[in-house]
Design a protein around this ligand. Sequence first.
Ligand code: F6P
Length: 368
Amino acid sequence: MALRAKRVRKVGVLTGGGDCPGLNAVIRAVVKPLLHQHGYRALGIHDGFLGLIEKSVEELAWGNVSGILTVGGTILGSSNAADPFHFPVRGRGGEVESRDVSAKAVANYRSMGLDALVAIGGDGTMNIAHKLSRLGLNVVGVPKTIDNDLHETDYTFGFNSAVSVIAEALDRLHTTAQSHHRVMVIETMGRYAGWLALAGGIAGGGDVILLPEIPYDMRKVCEVCVGRSKRGKRFTIVVVAEGAKPKGGDLVVQERDPQRTDPVRLGGVANMIGRQITAGSGLETRVTVLGHLQRGGSPTPFDRILATRLGVEAARLVAAGQYDRMACLKGDTITSVPIQKAIDKLKTVPPDHNMVLTARAVGTSFGD
Ligand code: F6P
């Protein structure tokens, strides 16, 4: 009996948006089962969707994805300015305009012989993944972001690693704050969601935590700092989410860059708050902006496990032909949902969330 030739299947893998610890762990967990259990080929697409638009790819063999579990960043590179539906192109006069080059991305997917695409990223990447699915591509999503702001998954990988960076920073800032009797203001990332500041602030024992979801009153913040000082606690740790805003006020925007998938780049609120605390309380204040330290380095064991479980689920979805779905964590179960459900709106902190109530119960102020 003639052996029927096995149909060769080729699966593209890309990492989109801002990087975070655990991306390589996912790439490894997607590619190994695809090669080993299913006999497919895997193609690494460089720099997010840019590689799909510019056909910049590499074959991923077992050796390429072995030994990368603990390595930070992404071996494939990433980009948060390569949305095929709004691709920045420089016009004749040097001005940047946005063009829809999705037809090119679709044509490249087909000409490279891809049967499916695994897109690892946050809400921007999932939005693009869903739109490409509607154009006929077989896309599976894996939720990534230190911000933890994606719906339909309890946690995104990267978040736990970033929280551990914030907690360690707060531990270090505590000792120097105590020595010098200062107010320390620490700015975390997180965009429009306060999960990072909230979890990091609780883990590091922040005295004040300011979130985008609970607008603050600067008088209240100053009262907490002065009150602590009067009670003999001559230092205060104020954890500020980059998206925090005062009651009736606005976000602090560092830059607007039309080339990015999200043109708004936040940052700078902690410096403003630091100046206002000094002016309103007379206390000496120092500001630390944690910035990209929160996105660098090796993933925590929690993120290594989560990333591996999500990656293996993505490979399973591809093999099962279940597309336009995102792998996710619900309780202790790894499952999947239609991508559309995850991108309807951002997952922000409900002001009555148990973590907020818990922090309040141990005396943390939200400046409200
Ligand atoms: O979404 C992840 C994130 O780190 C946000 O917390 C932050 O606002 C943004 O990306 C920073 O983007 P960039 O790396 O482009 O400065």
